[in-house]
Structure formats: structure tokens, C-alpha cells
Design a binder for this molecule. Structure first.
Ligand code: HH2
Length: 360
């Protein structure tokens, strides 16, 4: 039997605190948001929609899981402490990445870009040496390592670095060079040695959903019944595989894989119903920055013109409980999150009075 609880009717800031104090909502991830409703899903069917505070006994453990904060990601401060998700800056040392391809092939240019992102407020840098855009040519680990190692060595002195790779040899080399996190778009399925490398090293890992393990063909597999439940089920399965291999859940972050074997409708549904993934008990990472569906909806053909649309999605993901945002435009994202937080919070003034009034 598979069960999922979908938190709905989300509130933020003062409204969230007041609703929790009045017994009308439950806190989401122990933070500044709350949920008023739950949709109970059993074996893919909706078994009920009701006020969160009236969840039947048999479902309460699953509901409680949504109220707890996820473990901190990679030893960094969590979203509740920061008041916003962590910001992971994207650095592709590739000639062909869809957005920044060709700009950072020279290690000096890559380093300058990394430092600019850190100054702009990035909490970590995600370094990749193989493009995973739909239809991209595969790159072997030797070439990939040659591209990224000098860059990782230099950046890791100043900031946490994750390595974006599906190759075990690249993971190993990057971790030795100072990377702290493995980010694998195939959720450690592409390379049979990948699970072992991550288990042995003790590093945190990002498990992302994509159909199959080959970006060249993934769009041909963009067919789902309920995309959210299938992605959640897939990620639950990969968490179990990791645990079996000796990678504990508290070292895992999960990612719905926006744009990876997904249509525009799939991407939007995954973003809207992102809170389903919070029940997995891991931080949720969202990487939607500058992706094609943003271009389609905002009418912007060139990825560099998709900043405003990306910010809209970043704020939507933050509001739905994302713990980490993987973005190209760090300064703009940090500013958007700061303003979203400030205008949605209103915490300092009034929250206590509301709580007192609720207590009667
Ligand atoms: N998206 C890309 C690459 N890696 N990793 C995670 N965890 N989540 C993502 O959504 C994700 C990712 C694709 O974006 P980008 O790196 O900018 O482009 P390319 O694959 O063309 O290098």
C-alpha cells in the first residue's frame, strides 16, 4: 500500500502563525508556513480531502512528517534559520550547456563567475562538466574531470562545492579535490559504482528524478499517469536504495528534475504540488532556472532573457517548501527571496497578539 499526504491551503508569515495558534492549521516543515488542508492519497487514489487538524489517526504519522523541519543540507543553515531556501549557483564548465555553455571553459573565467556568485549571496556552487540538456552529447569521465577539477580545487577553498555528474570516477576525483556534495541527475543509477562512492565518502547527495539515465532520449519518455506521485514514488525508491547501500537519509536531498523528461504541464504540476515531496523527510532542491518552459510561458527565446520568469518560479518553489534553489542568476534570486520573505512575513509585529487572541 502506498500512501501520500498532500499538504494544501498553504499560509505564510503572520497568517500561518495565527492559524496554527487558533488550531486551524499545522506548521509546514517547522517553519514560517502552515497548511490548512490535507489530501490523502492511497494507491494513487484520493482517499480524502479534509482540514489538516482533523486527519484520521491512521494518517497522523505521515502528516507529522510534514510538520518537522528537514535535516540541514550539507551542514549549511536550514531554510527556517535563513528565512529562505539555500541558493546554489550553477557553474557549467562546458562548451554546450543550454544557458552558460562556452562561457567558463577557461578556468580563470570559471573562477571569476564563481566568486561573483558567492559575492552575490550564493551558499554553494554546483560545478558540472557535462551538459544534460535534452539531446546533449555525452561526455566521458576523463574529459569531464579535466574540465572541472582545476575549477573545483580553486573554489572549494572558499565555499561549499557540489559536483554535478553521473560518473563515479568524476565523483571520486571531485571529492578528493575538495567538493563536498554529489549532485547526480540520475539519482546514482547511471554508474553502478556511484552508490558505493557516495556511501564510502560520507558526503551528502542530491537525488534527481529523470526517466531513464540518458538526457539524449529522456524527452521521449515524458509520459506519466500522475506525474507528482510517480516522481515521489521514484525518489522514495532511490532513498531506499541509498539507505541499503549505507547512505543515511539525513545525507540525502531530493529533486523532482524540472525539465528532465517532462512536458510544460508536468513541470507546472510538479511545482504546484511540490509539498507532496516534503513527506520524504529530505530537503527538496528545485532547479528550474532559465529552463525552456519558462521561455515558453514568458515568451523569451534566449535563456539569458528568462531571469524574470525564473524569479517567479524561484519564489513559488520557496513558498512551497523548497530547501535549495539551483539558479544561474544568484543576485536576482537572493533579492527576490529577501523581498518575498519580508513582504510575506510580518512576523515581528502582531504575531504574538494574534496568538494571544487565538488562545482567548
Ligand atoms: N538541471 C540541470 C543540471 N543539473 N541538477 C539538479 N539537481 N537539478 C536540476 O534541475 C539540474 C541539475 C540542467 O541545467 P544546466 O546545468 O544549467 O544546463 P546543462 O545541463 O545544459 O549544463
Amino acid at each position: 500500500m502506498t500512501r501520500w499526504v498532500e499538504p494544501m491551503g498553504l499560509l505564510h508569515g503572520r497568517g500561518a502563525f495565527a492559524a496554527v495558534a487558533a488550531g486551524a492549521a499545522l506548521p509546514l516543515e517547522g517553519g514560517a508556513a502552515a497548511f490548512t488542508l490535507v489530501r490523502l492519497i492511497e494507491n494513487g487514489q484520493v482517499a480524502g480531502l479534509m482540514p489538516a487538524v482533523e486527519t484520521p489517526e491512521a494518517w497522523q504519522e505521515a502528516v507529522l512528517a510534514l510538520t518537522r523541519p528537514p535535516p540541514p543540507f550539507a551542514g549549511l543553515p536550514d531554510a527556517a534559520t535563513l528565512g529562505r531556501p539555500l541558493v546554489m549557483g550553477v557553474l557549467n564548465v562546458t562548451p554546450d550547456s543550454f544557458s552558460d555553455g562556452g562561457r567558463h571553459m577557461d578556468p580563470r573565467a570559471a573562477l571569476m563567475a564563481a566568486h561573483a556568485m558567492l559575492e552575490a549571496g550564493a551558499d554553494m556552487i554546483d560545478v558540472g562538466g557535462e551538459s544534460t540538456r535534452p539531446g546533449a552529447a555525452a561526455v566521458g569521465p576523463e574529459e569531464e574531470i579535466a574540465r572541472i577539477l582545476p575549477v573545483i580545487r580553486a573554489i572549494a577553498k572558499d565555499a561549499p562545492v557540489s559536483v554535478d555528474t553521473r560518473h563515479a570516477a568524476t565523483m571520486r576525483a571531485a571529492l578528493e579535490a575538495g567538493a563536498e556534495v554529489v549532485n547526480d541527475v540520475t539519482a546514482l543509477r547511471h554508474d553502478p559504482e556511484a552508490l558505493g562512492v557516495v556511501a564510502e565518502s560520507g558526503c551528502p547527495v542530491v537525488l534527481m528524478h529523470m526517466p531513464g539515465t540518458d538526457p539524449a532520449t529522456m524527452q521521449a519518455h515524458a509520459a506519466y499517469g500522475d506525474v507528482v506521485l510517480e516522481v515521489a514514488g521514484f525518489l522514495a525508491g532511490r532513498i531506499a536504495a541509498c539507505e541499503e547501500a549505507g547512505i543515511p537519509r539525513h545525507r540525502i536531498a531530493v529533486d523532482p528534475g524540472i525539465g528532465f523528461g517532462k512536458t510544460l504541464e508536468h513541470n507546472l504540476e510538479l511545482l504546484d504540488r511540490l509539498p507532496v515531496l516534503l513527506g520524504l523527510g529530505c530537503p527538496v532542491l528545485v532547479g528550474a532556472s532559465r529552463k525552456r518552459f519558462i521561455g515558453t510561458l514568458s515568451g523569451t527565446a534566449a535563456p539569458r532573457d528568462r531571469v524574470a520568469g525564473s524569479l517567479g518560479v524561484a519564489v513559488a518553489a520557496a513558498a512551497r517548501g523548497a530547501s535549495v534553489l539551483r539558479v544561474h542568476d544568484v543576485a536576482e534570486t537572493v533579492a527576490a527571496l529577501r523581498l518575498w520573505r519580508a513582504s510575506a512575513a510580518g512576523l515581528a509585529q502582531g504575531a504574538e497578539a494574534d496568538a494571544e487572541a487565538a488562545a482567548g
